[in-house]
Design a protein around this ligand. Structure first.
Ligand SMILES: [Zn+2]
Length: 290
C-alpha cells in the first residue's frame, strides 16, 4: 500500500486527546503511582552516551531535584516516518518504534520563564516547540536559546483558533502567516503543523490548508501533561514506545501557582518512573527529499 494518506495511530484516540489539548479545563488525571519498572538502562545504554549515573550529568539532574532519565538510543538510520514533498500530509500522534522512548512537545509559547532556559541548558532534554505568533510576538528572542540547543520550532497558527470553525481562506492565513513569521524569526521553515486543540486534524480542508502553507505533516499527541500528572489515552495510564506528549509553555497563572520548571520536572519524573528516555522527534521523521 503506497497511500499518501497514511496516518499513524490516530482516530478515536487522537480525538479523545484533542479534547484535552491546549485547555486547562480537562480534569487532572489521578496520580498514576506506577511502580518503577525493572531498569534495563545499563544493559541498553548505547556506548558514547552520557552516563545516567554519576558525573556532571547526575549533578545537573540533582540540581533540579530529579532522577536522571535513561539516555536515548542512537537515532535510527532509517527514519520510520517519511514525509513527501507534495500531496496529502500525514497525521501523526505517535512514532512507530520498539524503543522505550517518548517525545516532548511544548505548545503556544505564553510563559517565558528564564529558569526554564537554564533547566534545558542543564538537562539537554529534546523538545519540539509549536509556537503561536500572537502569543510569542512580545518576545521572539526567548525561544532562540532553546532553538540553539537543537530544538526545532514548528507551526501552531497566528491566533490559536478552532480550525474547523473558520473558512479555508482563514485557515490558510492562520497557517501561512505563522509559517512566514517563524521562518523569518528563526531562520528555518517549519516542517510540522499542529492545529490548536487538535481540532480539524483529519479534515480534508485543513489538510489542504496545511499543504498550501508548507508544513508536511500534522502532529497530534497521545499524553497530555497537566500540572503534576499526565493524562493518558489508555486506561492503564502507561506510556507506550513512540508516544508524543503534549505540554505547554505555562506558568503560575495557568498552573495554579506552579512554575514551568516544576511542571516540566514532574513530567520528566513521570517518564523516568516508567523507564522511558526522551528522544528528538526530528530524528524519527525524514523530511521530503528532492
Ligand atoms: Zn495550543
Amino acid at each position: 500500500m503506497k497511500s499518501r494518506t497514511k496516518t499513524y495511530a490516530v482516530g478515536a484516540l487522537a480525538l479523545l486527546a484533542a479534547v484535552a489539548g491546549c485547555s486547562s479545563s480537562a480534569a487532572p488525571a489521578a496520580h498514576p503511582a506506577a511502580p518503577p519498572e525493572q531498569s534495563s538502562q545499563s544493559a541498553d545504554a548505547p556506548s558514547g552516551s552520557a552516563s545516567a549515573s554519576g558525573g556532571p550529568q547526575a549533578a545537573a539532574w540533582s540540581k533540579w531535584g530529579l532522577q536522571p532519565l535513561p539516555p536515548a538510543p542512537a537515532p535510527p538510520t532509517d527514519r520510520p516516518i517519511k514525509l513527501t514533498a507534495s500531496g496529502t500530509v500525514p497525521v501523526i500522534s505517535s512514532v512507530p518504534t520498539k524503543d522505550k522512548i517518548v517525545f516532548i512537545t511544548l505548545d503556544d509559547g505564553a510563559e517565558k520563564d528564564p529558569k526554564f532556559i537554564e533547566m534545558m541548558n542543564d538537562l539537554k532534554i529534546p523538545v519540539t516547540m509549536f509556537l503561536t505568533k500572537n502569543i510569542i510576538e512580545n518576545d521572539y528572542g526567548y525561544f532562540k536559546p532553546l532553538q540553539a540547543l537543537g530544538n526545532h520550532i514548528q507551526n501552531h497558527t497566528v491566533t490559536h483558533p478552532i480550525m474547523s470553525k473558520i473558512s479555508a481562506a482563514k485557515q490558510k492565513s492562520e497557517i501561512c502567516v505563522d509559517q512566514a513569521t517563524l521562518t523569518q524569526q528563526y531562520g528555518t521553515a517549519p516542517l510540522l503543523f499542529r492545529p490548536p486543540y487538535g481540532d480539524g486534524a483529519n479534515t480534508p480542508t485543513l489538510n489542504t490548508s496545511v499543504q498550501e502553507c508548507g508544513p508536511r505533516a500534522i502532529v497530534l499527541w497521545h499524553e497530555t501533561m497537566q500540572i503534576h500528572d499526565m493524562q493518558y489515552v489508555t486506561a492503564d495510564k502507561k506510556l507506550r514506545p513512540g508516544d508524543i506528549i503534549l505540554a505547554h509553555f505555562r506558568g503560575p497563572s495557568e498552573l495554579k501557582g506552579e512554575t514551568m520548571t516544576a511542571m516540566f520536572g514532574e513530567m520528566l519524573s513521570r517518564i523516568q518512573e516508567q523507564g522511558f528516555a526522551v528522544a528528538r522527534l526530528d530524528d524519527y521523521i525524514q523530511p521530503p527529499t528532492g
